[in-house]
Design a binder for this molecule. Structure first.
Ligand code: HEM
Ligand code: HEM
Length: 181
């Protein structure tokens, strides 16, 4: 039976909704980043995809914070990761969390110290400043690079889940997150 909280055999409803909902939103976010990187400036598809990048990125930032808090509250009852492979998987998950936080944080920090300010779906969050705060802009220099690194880790994560656990090992790791028994 589906539980709200995580249990040692499976992730609960809240962790699953956050995992799969955010997986979809991250796909849309990387589509917008790829459009910016690969298409010409005047391209209509590029404009459309890029138009939601900051709002969706800020949404993901809030969701990452909620997911992190929920994950910490559930640490004692989460599915365990034992052995060397388990420790590597855990390290991979932690690295994904760190980047899921840092990538949007660096750009939001830059906006907080910028002359343009920041609005979330039209709601003012950070007012425009008269002068830019220089140090707040620096971490954003690595926003794009860290974003692509996050995409690489996610690709590795998906390969491990589907190819390693689903096809080669045929263990129950996928079912912890997908439902099953
Ligand atoms: C988890 C959320 C986010 C992800 C995965 C992400 C990912 C990326 C990636 C991969 C790029 C590089 C695109 C290229 O190579 O042309 C990029 C660029 C950019 N992003 Fe994000 N982003 C996120 C959140 C945000 C937020 C919250 C903002 C603004 C508040 C933002 C603003 C920008 C801007 C202005 C650029 C172009 C300049 C640069 O590369 O730093 N992003 N983003
Ligand atoms: C087709 C896509 C995906 C599949 C099949 C998949 C599969 C899984 C599975 C089976 C687990 C549980 C692993 C375990 O218990 O050791 C898991 C956990 C996790 N996944 Fe994914 N995943 C996908 C996409 C993503 C994406 C896009 C992200 C990040 C943006 C992500 C981040 C995580 C994290 C951080 C965990 C650790 C549990 C948590 O704190 O939520 N996954 N994934």
């Amino acid at each position: 039976m589906a539980t709200i909280k995580d249990t040692p055999t499976r992730y609960g409803v809240i962790s699953r909704v956050l995992h799969w909902g955010m997986a979809l939103l991250f796909a849309a976010q990387f589509a917008s980043a790829a459009a910016r990187a690969l298409l010409e400036r005047e391209n209509a598809l590029r404009e459309t995809l890029w138009s939601y990048h900051t709002n969706l990125g800020a949404t993901l930032f809030v969701l990452v914070a909620l997911r992190g808090i929920w994950g910490l509250l559930n640490i004692p009852n989460r599915p365990p990761h034992s052995g060397a492979v388990g420790t590597a998987a855990l390290a991979g998950h932690v690295a994904i969390y760190v980047l899921m936080f840092l990538v949007p944080f660096t750009r939001l920090l830059a906006s907080a110290g910028s002359e343009r300010g920041f609005s979330y779906f039209g709601i003012p969050i950070f007012p425009a400043r008269e002068t830019e705060i220089a140090w707040m802009q620096i971490p954003a220099n690595w926003h794009g690079e860290m974003g692509w690194l996050l995409l690489a880790l996610i690709a590795g994560h998906i390969a491990m889940a589907i190819v390693w656990h689903g096809i080669i090992q045929k263990d129950h790791t996928l079912q912890r997150m997908t439902g099953g028994h």
